[in-house]
Design a protein. Structure first.
Length: 81
């Protein structure tokens, strides 16, 4: 059985006109989305070292702890001298 071709119908109600809606802008909110997004892309070699996001977060938290500890050690030794 053949499909019967239907005519393209305008989906707008008769009381609406396209000119009432203003100019269409593609990607109107793209800048807002980019600013609100917190996505970080890892280089492929780094991404291979971490199986998932939890492993990346764990490594970064460890690095922050080491940095804080070493900063305290340096500041503490300066006070002694």
């Amino acid at each position: 059985m053949k499909k019967v071709k239907t005519e393209m119908s305008d989906e707008l109600r008769p009381e609406y006109k396209r000119s009432d809606f203003g100019k269409i802008v593609r990607g109107k909110y793209a800048d807002r989305v980019i600013e609100a997004t917190n996505i970080i892309l890892l280089e492929p070699d780094i991404a291979q070292a971490f199986p998932n996001d939890a492993a990346v977060n764990k490594a970064l938290r460890y690095l922050l702890d080491v940095a804080k500890t070493s900063t305290r050690l340096i500041n503490h030794s300066e006070e002694i001298v």
